[in-house]
Design a protein around this ligand. Structure first.
Ligand code: PBG
Length: 330
């Protein structure tokens, strides 16, 4: 005996298992998304149908929500805005007093140390729901790349002016990291990092988010700018382009079904890699949990651990608040 591998030696006790554990999920790795709504109702708070436990919040309710989460150890948030009025060019995305800009000011004033990331995109602000510019009245689904860049840049600069710590473009237009970087630099924000949604797939896992952000495209789809789920070599070209354009973080999105992509981005690039566990991933785990079909807490932790094992540094997840509140991460 003894001439075979005895893997069980290191699994014998909890202390031994902990001693040899290769990956951990920490509170400092997690970023919590919030949906903030421009509304006349100060106490507006509406649960998102397909995302039980997640809410659209007025500014006042956002403050309450973040207050409770900060008390439990929340360190970073990413904000999505839902404006009162939408138009074909997403004007509210770059309004200095837009809803996200107001939310950033509010959060940074109360919690200067909280890391506030803003999602930079047009889809929540356009009446057609596309992430880029569509000619007024055109329903062909054509999204114009280059004219979108200056609008995204204006949005990013307005977020930085409001006090955002990091801007995160999620639109998938070509050249936007370069344009945003130049705009930030020209306006005195060379110290503000760009967290690029470098590898973003045209995924059906975003379904619940579109209800939450009221951003479903009114015609066409996002396949001319978001990536084909069948491709991985193309993901390396997208990531390389963003590295060239001076991105500071690379996001892979969705996360769970794309662990191979997280691993490849990790192996090919030295920037911090961010996994985005998207709305549909949240909803599936939550639904099974609510039904008692899985041990929800254990499944959440396992899903996040898989992302860490695949090589990401940070995780954007709707479970952040809950994990902190239950003491499941520290
Ligand atoms: C905006 C944006 C989307 C998500 C993040 N930023 C939606 C989309 O591209 O349709 C999805 C996040 C999620 O599903 O949780 N472009």
């Amino acid at each position: 005996m003894g001439d075979f591998f005895r893997g069980r030696r290191l699994r014998r006790t909890a202390a031994l298992r902990e001693l040899v554990r290769e990956n951990v999920v920490c509170a400092a790795d997690l970023i919590m998304p919030y949906f903030v709504v421009e509304t006349d109702e100060p106490a507006f708070r509406k649960e998102i149908g397909a995302m039980p436990g997640q809410f659209q919040l007025s500014l006042q309710e956002l403050e309450k929500q973040v207050e409770a989460a900060v008390a439990k150890g929340l360190r970073a948030v990413i904000l999505f805005g839902i404006p009162k009025v939408k138009d074909y060019k997403g004007s509210e995305a770059y309004n200095k007093d837009g809803i996200v800009q107001q939310a950033v000011r509010l959060l940074k004033k109360r919690w200067p140390a909280l890391v506030v990331v803003t999602d930079v995109c047009l889809c929540e602000y356009t009446d057609h729901g596309h992430c880029g510019l569509v000619r007024q009245g055109d329903t062909s689904g054509e999204v114009h790349n280059d004219p979108t860049l200056s609008l995204l840049t204006k949005a990013a600069v307005s977020h930085a002016e409001a006090g955002a710590d990091i801007v995160a473009p999620s639109d998938m237009m070509d050249g936007r990291v370069q344009a945003i970087r130049a705009g930030l630099d020209a306006n005195g924000f060379s110290h503000i990092p760009v967290m690029s949604y470098a590898v973003k797939y045209a995924s059906s896992f975003y379904g619940p988010f579109r209800e939450a952000a009221e951003s479903t495209p009114q015609f066409g789809d996002r396949k001319t700018y978001q990536m084909d789920p069948a491709n991985s070599r193309e993901a390396m070209r997208e990531a390389a382009a963003d590295v060239d354009e001076d991105a500071d973080f690379l996001i892979v999105k969705p996360a769970g079904p794309y662990l191979d992509i997280i691993r490849q981005v990790r192996d090919n690039f030295d920037l911090p890699v961010v996994a985005y566990q998207v709305s549909g991933e949240y909803s599936m785990i939550r639904a099974a949990g609510i039904n008692g079909w899985i041990n929800e807490e254990a499944v959440i932790m396992e899903s996040l651990l898989g992302m860490k094992r695949a090589g990401c540094d940070l995780i954007i997840t709707y479970f952040t608040e809950e994990l902190l509140a239950k003491g499941l991460v520290r």
